[in-house]
Design a protein around this ligand. Structure first.
Ligand code: XLS
Ligand code: NI
Ligand code: NI
Length: 437
């Protein structure tokens, strides 16, 4: 055992002062007809949890993630598997997310890297058999290696593109082997720094071509899940092609990829794009493309992807409201989150996940309460009542003409008033649901 001093984490209730217990995540509790664990398919992010050791631009690692082995070796890759599965088992997490590069160290040649991945995949497959824990989604790291400095699908170099294609193929093989529900494209360096050296049209067509080939190959090896784009507006590149949900949806429709793709919405990416998390979820949901969620949060005072564990219950509540209205996710909730640099002990790894899982469980309970209370949904329905009868209904049915509407408007006499939006009253209702019971 790697985390010897850490017990299995159980539900102890909101009043509990035991740090190593859930205060709100009660897996078997029924919420709107379904157990919490089904509403909340949580996943561990391999890279942050088993890899990120607290380095930043000003300092080296603070956390020890060697798990008793020499980093950069295959022995360390196996130790991470041991640590990861023990960690997930103790928290009752049923899924993990991974990049190819998280699993085994890259070798000099692609063939040797692939051999190492196969070796570690055998070990992971054995753990999957023993525990029933599976992949939520896999992806290829197409941003870390220097060859991807100008992008992967969007590279100026066809050879680099082929290297990316090889990684995507292998990552898809692994995802299928690990029972993955989805496959993610996060466009790490799919963007540009300056238009002075960039052919935007060619780059976008090539990204779409890589995605199309991934769909074709994935389906040919029996992958039935969804492909996802994970939108992000900037960082590492100044301009990224998958800026936000609306941009990614437009891209997928333009290239005919919308049948096979949905979106993986990350909270911190939403705020970097100048949106709220809920806005991005709503835009995805309205297009039928809300697939999965990268559960984290940013810091409004910092302008980058800080990947903090979700803590803001307003945000998790409104997130779960969108998820409930969407009828659930085909994917799940991947904690693309890491401990703050000064929280560097193994205990902190667990405490981060306890915070994240509890924040979403509380959000689920509160979102269900909003729906059961009905005042907010009722207000929205009443606010649009004029579209369900008379002239409004005719417009909605596409049967109205401009001259006819002009005649109607003239017949009204006084200019029409829209009615109060009652924002402050609705915010009070939200507060009373969050804090009044
Ligand atoms: C980075 C992204 C990344 C993806 C997976 O900002 O969130 O972690 O989720 O490549
Ligand atoms: Ni992410
Ligand atoms: Ni991110």
């Amino acid at each position: 055992m790697i985390f010897e001093n850490i017990p299995e984490i159980r539900y102890a209730g909101p009043a509990s002062k035991e740090p190593f217990s859930f205060k709100f995540y009660d897996p078997e509790k029924i919420v709107l007809g379904k157990p919490m664990r089904e509403h909340l398919p949580f996943a561990m992010a391999w890279w942050h949890n088993l890899g990120a050791a607290g380095t930043d631009m000003f300092g080296s690692s603070t956390a020890d993630k060697s798990f008793g082995a020499e980093p950069g070796t295959m022995e360390h890759a196996r130790a991470k598997v041991d640590a990861g599965f023990e960690f997930m088992r103790k928290l009752g997490i049923k899924y993990f997310c991974f990049h190819d590069a998280d699993l085994a160290p890259q070798a000099e040649s692609l063939a040797e890297t692939e051999r190492r991945l196969d070796e570690i995949a055998d070990y992971i497959a054995q753990k999957i058999d023993e525990t029933g824990i599976k992949a939520l989604w896999g992806t290829a790291n197409l941003f870390g290696d220097p060859r991807y400095a100008n992008g992967a699908g969007s590279s100026n170099s066809a050879d680099v593109f082929c290297f990316a294609a090889a990684q995507v193929k292998k990552a898809l093989d692994l995802t299928v082997r690990f029972g993955g529900r989805g496959y993610v494209f996060w466009g790490g360096r799919e963007g540009y720094e300056t238009l002075l050296n960039t052919d935007v049209g060619l780059e976008q067509e090539n990204i779409a071509a890589l995605m199309r080939m991934a769909v074709e190959y994935g389906r040919s090896i029996g992958f039935k899940g969804d492909f996802y784009i994970e939108p992000k507006p900037k960082e590492p590149m100044k301009h990224q092609y998958d800026f936000d949900a609306a941009t990614a949806i437009g891209f997928l429709r333009r290239f005919g990829l919308d049948k096979d793709f949905k979106l993986n919405i990350e909270a911190n990416h939403a705020t970097l794009a100048g949106h709220t998390f809920q806005h991005e979820l709503r835009i995805a949901r309205e297009s039928g493309m809300l697939g999965s969620i990268d559960a984290n949060q940013g810091d409004m005072l910092l302008g980058w992807d800080t990947d903090e564990f979700p803590f803001d219950v307003y945000d998790t509540t409104m997130c779960m409201y969108e998820v409930l209205k969407a009828g659930g996710l085909t994917g799940g909730f991947n904690f693309d989150a890491k401990n703050r640099r000064p929280s560097y002990t193994p205990e902190d790894m667990f405490l981060g996940y306890i915070l994240g899982m509890d924040s979403f469980a509380l959000g689920l309970l509160k979102a269900a309460a909003i729906i059961e209370d009905g005042r907010i949904d009722g207000f929205v329905a009443a606010r649009y009542a004029s579209w369900r009868e008379g002239v409004g209904k005719k417009i909605r049915e596409g049967k109205a003409t401009l001259p006819e509407l002009a005649d109607y408007a003239r017949s009204l006499g006084k200019p029409a008033a829209p009615g109060s939006g009652r924002q402050e009253q609705l915010e009070s209702i939200l507060n009373s649901i969050l804090f009044g019971m």
